[in-house]
Design a protein around this ligand. Structure first.
Ligand SMILES: [Zn+2]
Length: 412
């Protein structure tokens, strides 16, 4: 299967390259803001809609006349800025039409992360780029890249950015060919609410440590430095320096959490053929401190998004289990339902059949039971258990029954 895969690497431009990049960032930002203003006034005046073609002509005129310094940058970067603005507007109108929160394109500030997009000449790519070795960019020449892995393809475009704390990155997407993984014969029910990230039905825990000790130390460090910042005099030089320091620690923590989340989702997808995700509920998830931090960093949907696209890559199936399915309150042996199951109860004995349960394992078994009750045939697909009308199988009715019971509980 061919898919797009994104890469990001830290780069170390020389002083000279940094100067040229400052020019590129400045031009891109200026053109973006200038053209955004132009679009706004043209629309207000007589509902004229501009696009990157008409604005491109305008920018060329500016370059020849009033603003000759625009020629110091790379011409294709300016074109790309205008194309990106077109896309931002398309996105805005699409969201507006769908009744979502629209997000009107914003002016760019010099205090934010700066970025510029290079169009890479596909005919010259052989001289400009070799995966894992070098990348040549217009007006910059060869840029020093720290290749943390070797990209699997050739990029069509590359974004160079500078963070507010002065680090530089390059990011791009390549088409990569992905082979499905061999089958494991396992189903994993993901219960994010509890100690481990995921628990398989046979009681095997899929956990990803992702070096939480490391993270803990960093969080402690961050707290200390934040306290120091708070004590410093407002407007002082030292405070300014301290703020930068805190920003750097923040960035490092965010990076290690993102890394942790990726490792977790990869381990999960590798571990089984069928992955049943319980609808995520925030409160329960906060129990897993490390994952909770990682998820609040990137947003709730990101965990699921990663699981879903990785499942597609590797030929796994993702099933969504209704969030109201009381997986921890139900005995996986006899199906009896417990009214109360506080979170502190880690182990319990079913009053009806006498089976001894580990809370997590029992929940996972229940999720597995209802997934096995549904015919799971399509590999690499994803289906929504709760949303499918008339899905065949006895377990479906069970799931419905549970859903009803639990809802009634809530109402009472
Ligand atoms: Zn029982």
């Amino acid at each position: 299967m061919v898919t797009q895969r994104a890469y990001q690497f830290r780069i170390y431009p020389t002083a000279e390259q940094q100067q040229q990049l400052a020019v590129e960032f400045g031009n891109a930002r200026w053109v973006w803001n200038h053209c955004l203003e132009l679009r706004n006034t043209a629309w207000e005046a007589d509902q004229t809609r501009h696009n990157y073609v008409s604005l491109g002509r305008h920018v060329t005129e500016l370059k020849r006349g009033e603003f000759p310094w625009l020629a110091n940058g790379t011409a294709s970067c300016l074109t790309q800025t205008l194309i990106d603005q077109d896309k931002a507007f398309e996105h805005f109108f699409r969201r507006l039409k769908n009744g979502e929160k629209p997000g009107y394109p914003r002016f760019k500030s010099r205090w934010d992360r700066q970025s510029v997009r290079y169009q890479l000449d596909q005919r010259q790519i052989e001289n400009n780029y070799r995966a894992g070795e070098f990348i040549n960019l217009p007006k910059l020449g060869e840029v020093n890249v720290r290749w943390s892995q070797v990209p699997a393809g050739v990029p069509k475009m590359a974004t160079v950015s500078r963070t507010p704390d002065g680090r530089y990155f390059i990011s791009f997407a390549c088409e990569v060919e992905i082979q499905p993984l061999p089958l494991t014969g396992k189903t994993v029910g993901v219960d994010l609410g509890i100690k481990d990230v995921a628990v398989t039905w046979d009681g095997e825990r899929v956990t990803q440590s992702g070096n939480p000790r490391h993270l803990k130390r960093r969080l402690k460090h961050l707290k200390r430095q934040q306290r120091r910042l708070a004590r410093m005099q407002k407007g002082s030089h030292r405070r300014q320096r301290q703020r930068l320091k805190v920003a750097r620690i923040h960035a490092r923590i965010a990076a290690s959490r993102a890394d942790f989340l990726h490792k977790t989702t990869t381990t999960l997808v590798r571990s089984a053929d069928v992955i049943a995700l319980e609808d995520l509920h925030v409160k329960g998830m906060m129990k897993n401190h490390c994952l909770a931090g990682a998820i609040t960093d990137v947003g709730l949907g990101e965990f699921r998004r990663q699981v879903e696209y990785k499942a597609r890559w590797y030929g796994r199936t993702v099933i969504k289990v209704d969030r109201w399915f009381p997986s921890s309150k139900t005995c996986s042996e006899c199906g009896s339902y417990q009214e109360k199951m506080p979170l502190r109860v880690r182990e319990w004995i079913c009053p009806d059949c006498g089976t001894r349960h580990d809370r997590d394992v029992n929940a996972a078994k229940n999720i597995r039971n209802i997934t096995l009750g549904n015919r799971v045939t399509a590999r690499g697909g994803s289906m929504n258990l709760s949303g499918l009308p008339g899905t065949p199988g006895e377990a479906r009715t069970d799931a419905e029954k549970f859903t009803e019971t639990d809802r009634m509980d809530r109402a009472a």
